[in-house]
Design a protein around this ligand. Structure first.
Ligand code: SF4
Ligand code: SF4
Length: 236
């Protein structure tokens, strides 16, 4: 197969003149302060019980040598995203310049095919009514803060990360910090065998801890409490 055929038509990495944004998450620097999760909630008015980005953790090691291993999660803005392929109405699409995977709310019929197709559990359904915004009953997810990046700002989670565990930039720009980090460090992506070509790169992540969805890191009773709080506030 020729190189040209193996490259997805929507892939923008290493295409001359195109930007390809990516995030590097250095897990060695993440202290689990959750500031990124809070900043994201504030930026988007995300309802209770769902998150665009979240920071699951696992306790690893053997007593007394134990530590918490944090693995910040978000949409991977995959180069070959199954959520885009599986959307029957073209509501989920890939932005040609930058590689953002975005959502056209006005087209989305809330069928949840994209949620089922995403191997990273990165999508969620918005409730049927919300207090401050008319966007309801559609699927949502992280946008790599498209509205900020197009104004030359970094995503809210990156701006707020005190440990500088999250770094964002154009991977096609050889002078960017993300290019440098990806070139100089061993990086991991989540579930590479899915062939989605994620553009969130982890430094120092343990493969054994990358195979879980968001729920695997939370105790069932905590999940249940959150779910009932969510149901009390929203009719879904
Ligand atoms: S992580 Fe999931 S939602 Fe994000 S682009 Fe990839 S498949 Fe789509
Ligand atoms: S829920 Fe919306 S975005 Fe997802 S597949 Fe259905 S129509 Fe497309």
């Amino acid at each position: 197969m020729s190189e040209e055929l193996r490259v997805s038509p929507i892939e923008t990495r290493e295409m001359p003149g195109k930007r390809r944004f990516a995030m590097v998450v250095d897990t060695r620097r993440c202290i689990g302060c959750m500031a990124c999760q809070v900043a994201c909630k504030a930026e988007y008015d995300t309802p209770l019980g769902v998150n665009r980005t979240w920071v699951p953790y696992k306790v690893v090691g053997k007593y007394p040598n134990v530590k918490k291993q944090f693995l910040p999660r978000l949409c991977n803005h995959c180069d070959d995203p199954p959520c885009v392929r599986n959307c029957p109405v073209g509501a989920t699409y890939k932005h040609e310049d930058g590689g953002f995977v975005l959502q056209r709310y006005e087209r989305c019929i809330g069928c949840r095919s994209c949620m089922a197709a995403c191997p990273y559990n990165a999508r969620f359904m918005l409730p049927s009514h919300r207090t401050y915004t008319p966007i309801t009953n559609v699927v949502d997810k992280c946008t790599f803060c498209f509205h900020r990046v197009t104004q030359n700002l970094v995503p809210a989670c990156v701006q707020t990360c005190i440990g500088r565990a999250r770094v964002f930039g154009d991977l096609n720009d050889p002078t960017s910090e993300v290019s440098y980090l990806v070139a100089k460090n061993a990086t991991q992506v989540l579930r590479p065998e899915e062939g989605t070509k994620p553009h969130v790169f982890y430094i120092g992540a343990d493969r054994n801890q990358t195979e879980f969805g968001r729920d695997a890191y939370r105790k069932p009773e905590v999940m249940e409490l959150e779910r009932s709080a969510f149901k009390r506030h929203f009719d879904i």
